[in-house]
Design a protein around this ligand. Structure first.
Ligand SMILES: [Cu+2]
Length: 477
């Protein structure tokens, strides 16, 4: 819930009217009272209480910052401060963020709006805010030392500019960036077009989030800030699966998803069951002639991508980063690959005592998802999440696009698991298995005989033996 003394408890439809009432209460204050958020949940879109109308965005596991209108200027108040972010149920992190959460709230304005943002620094060190992608006066660009003195702890700075260009943007510090971004300081900024725009379509659902990453040792609470490559928590809006909310849409909706990457590596974001087009970047809308259909789009470091599609396939569709290590939670990176390695020489003796003994990783890592491994306090399992058919074996940058015919327009709530029509789910074959047919010419046409190695290279194929205990239980993959 938000605490401006619980004022905006439920934003959304009623939130607009509440916001207006709240603002008049503080209208004479010199700067807007900051609105704080204490929950990591996806808050309903904030309908604009004043100014030019627009269809507000939904921030995945996030919220939109209310503003006050003062003499025609939209005034926001960001407070940079240490926060406790629940990254998944049972896993909390000590991060830095804005207004009670990491990432900070989404800022939504309309092209042509004059915007004034008060930034109060409650961090133990100086900071600044850079408005990534915006056209603005140079002195408002937020690079400390270059465009402005940094904001010292306890001080408040004012940024003011006209949102000149519609599109998808973000904000983050440009002071001790390595620390402050590794600690979670960032937020989205959406500028809606002021009039129908030839390259910006009306959509039924507009969803946004940031890609971020942390290095938090299992059992600890605070990210390692010096980490350059070995991050172990891959998150969307500082949440990891199964803590990331699903994206719930109505069948036939035109859906826009806006993403920005503030990690230190690229993320190929992949959707199942649909094709999308990239309709915009932080540089602006993409011309129609430059759009093509994709099911994966790579988002490089510091880039933003806006994708659009019509949700015309019912079901629960995976939506995730395609780097498989990014759909896992905290793990050690130094575990050797043991798939197919025969430990029976060693394990045989142990089996005399424990008949079921098996070395971890011998049959792949899927067992990890189901194993009740003892975890340190404050840790999410490496891969987890229960689906209707069992463990999803995922973590990190993974969520589900839920497309439903009975989802009400504008209703973003979770409809539960998809009920598949009879006969439309993959099923087990229980008949006889034929011997595999092998090609007689396997390999020979691609490699002339004279360049083949002299002796036969012996490579053993290890196949699971039937009747080998747990192997027969057949996890659904
Ligand atoms: Cu990734």
């Amino acid at each position: 819930m938000k605490t401006r003394r619980h004022f905006f408890q439920s934003a959304g439809i009623a939130g607009g009217a509440l916001a207006a009432a709240a603002i008049s209460r503080v209208a004479l204050a010199a700067l807007p009272e900051p609105v704080l958020q204490s929950a990591p949940d996806t808050m309903p879109p904030l309908a604009p209480p004043n100014g030019r109308p627009y269809r507000p965005v939904l921030t995945l596991n996030g919220w939109t910052l209310p503003w006050r209108m003062r003499d025609g200027v939209k005034e926001f108040h960001l407070v940079a401060e240490p926060v406790v972010r629940e990254m998944a149920p049972g896993f909390k992190a000590h991060l830095w963020g804005y207004n009670g959460q990491s990432p900070g709230p989404t800022i939504e304005v309309v092209e042509g709006d004059r915007v004034r943002v008060y930034v109060t620094n409650k961090l133990p060190e100086h900071t600044s805010v850079h408005w990534h992608g915006q056209r603005l006066p140079n002195g408002m660009d937020g690079v400390s030392g270059l465009n402005q003195p940094s904001i010292q702890p306890g001080k408040t700075f004012v940024y003011e500019f006209v949102a000149r260009r519609p599109g998808t943007f973000m904000y983050h510090p440009h002071a001790d960036e390595m620390t402050q971004m590794a600690m979670g300081m960032m937020g989205m900024w959406v500028t809606h077009p002021k009039a129908p725009h030839p390259l910006i379509d009306e959509v039924d659902r507009d969803i946004c989030f940031l890609l971020n990453a942390y290095d938090i040792d299992p059992g600890s609470y605070t990210p390692q800030i010096m980490t350059m490559l070995e991050f172990n928590i891959w998150s969307w809006n500082s949440r990891v699966f199964p803590g990331i909310d699903s994206l719930n849409v109505r069948y036939g909706d035109k859906v826009r998803i806006r993403m920005g990457n503030l990690t230190m590596t690229n993320h190929p974001i992949h959707i199942h069951g649909h094709e999308f087009q990239v309709t915009g970047t932080d540089g602006g809308p993409v011309p129609h002639s430059a759009r093509w259909s994709e099911v994966t789009t790579d988002i490089a470091v510091g880039q933003m991508r806006q994708i659009e599609f019509v949700a015309d396939e019912e079901g629960d569709w995976a939506f995730h980063c395609h780097k498989s290590h990014h759909t896992m939670n905290a793990m050690g990176h130094k575990i050797p690959t043991l798939i197919g390695v025969d430990h029976s020489g060693l394990a045989g003796r142990i089996r005399q005592l424990i008949p079921d003994y098996m070395v971890m990783g011998e049959r792949g890592m899927a067992d990890m998802a189901e194993m009740e491994m003892p975890l340190p306090d404050n840790t999410v399992p490496m891969m987890t999440g229960e689906g209707p058919f069992g463990s999803v074996e995922m973590g990190g940058m993974f969520s589900v696009l839920k497309v439903r015919k009975d989802q009400k327009p504008g209703d973003y709530s979770n409809p539960g698991w998809y009920r598949h029509p009879p006969g439309s789910v993959a099923y087990e074959w229980t008949g006889a298995l034929a011997e595999p047919a092998r090609s007689q010419a396997a390999g020979k046409s691609a490699m002339p005989v004279q360049s083949m190695p002299q002796g036969e290279v012996q490579v053993q194929v290890r196949k699971p033996q039937a009747g080998g205990g747990k192997l027969d239980s057949g996890h659904p993959h």
